[in-house]
Structure formats: structure tokens, C-alpha cells
Design a protein around this ligand. Sequence first.
Ligand SMILES: [Zn+2]
Length: 240
Amino acid sequence: MAKTKSSFFCQNCGHESTKWLGKCPSCNQWNTFVEEVTQTENKNDWKTETTRSKINKPKNLSEVQSGNEWRLVSPNQELNRVLGGGIVPGSLILIGGEPGIGKSTLMLQLGLQVQQVKILYVTGEESEQQVKMRAQRIEQNRIEQDDFYILTETNTKNIFLAIEQLQPQLVIVDSIQTLYSPMLDSAAGSIAQVRQCAGEMMKFAKETDTPVFLVGHITKDGTSKRTTTKWNNHWCNHRR
Ligand SMILES: [Zn+2]
């Protein structure tokens, strides 16, 4: 049996404590602490067995190639400007905002407009058909990007298996709240899961130089959106 470690997290602000607390010392809310498993003894990360053998060695600074020059420039000038001139390889970019403001549409647009780049669009929010329909609305049936792949999956282990097979050059995840890492027992959308999944994505981005966009729902009060209310909002968005 794998030994597990758990912590208590304030569901309001994310404050971590080793024991249960009635009142959060950080945000002063009452009864917000929930126990979540933070680490199982089985310390797997995003890598599967085939890539695990590649271990980084220390490098002299003069041997390191500065990756500053190359950026993936998207056709969306405003997005390039926000990203400091383009998408940096190996970067993890959080697209945060309230539900319904167009985060998914922006990401789908980016995926469809970037040319000659193999893109994996991971969706835990919508079905393949829904994404296709939205893509057609955006591009009015002129979908030119033929290196665009959709994966409906929320388990990070399965996502990384798909990534290893497809070898995409850009990954878009919609949304971080739907992701589920089998490393943890807690539910998708919980603070521990969001932290774990974002960490796995970050590690993947850094180690493969693949840029990753993460869509994240943030509510007005700044907290990350929980899965329990997600589906209602989502359904409304589609009916517009
Ligand atoms: Zn708190």
C-alpha cells in the first residue's frame, strides 16, 4: 500500500495547514478547511517509463543556448503584445477570467490561426462536436489549420500518454479545473488537484520546451471556480 500524505486547505484562499482549523488565519473565514491528499508515495510525474531515462546533467553556462530569440508569433497581434512579442517555448500561460468572457474562444482561435504548428487542444469542458461547431462558427467553415488535434480527456496521465504519441508543438488545456491527476484522491477542481495538475503541466512544458496554455475560471471574488457549479454556467454559454 502506498503511504499518503494529506494537508488541510482553506477552500476560500488556499491556505495550507497540517491540522484542521475552524478559522482560517489567512482570510478569516470559518469552516473552510478541507482535508486533501497532497502526495502519494508513488512519486510519478508526467513522464512515462520511456522518457524517464533522460536525466538532466549540469551544464556549463557557456554551453547553454539562450532561447531568448525564438518565439512563436501568433496572428493575434494583441495576444503577442500581452505575451511580450510571442509565445515563448516551454512557457506555461494561464488564461484566467470569469466564465463566459471568451477564454475558450480565444484559445480555439489561436489554435486555428497559428500555421504549421502541431496543436493539441485538450478539452474537459466540451465534447469534440461542440469544439468543432465552435471552430466552424469562428472560422466560417474555412478551417485551414490541418495540424489541429482535439482530445477529450481529463486524466493527466492519459493526456501525457497522448502527448507522447502525438508530439504536439503547442498544447492548450481547457480548463485546469476539469483536470484530474491520478496521483491524488481529491476531486477535480479542488485546490490540491488544481495545484498538482498545474505543476505537472509546468514540468512538462519546461522539460520539453512545449508552450502550454491553461484556461482557468476565476470568479469575481478571485477564487477559482469549483466544478460543482461549472456545468450550469457552461450550458448557458453554449445556448447564447
Ligand atoms: Zn482562508
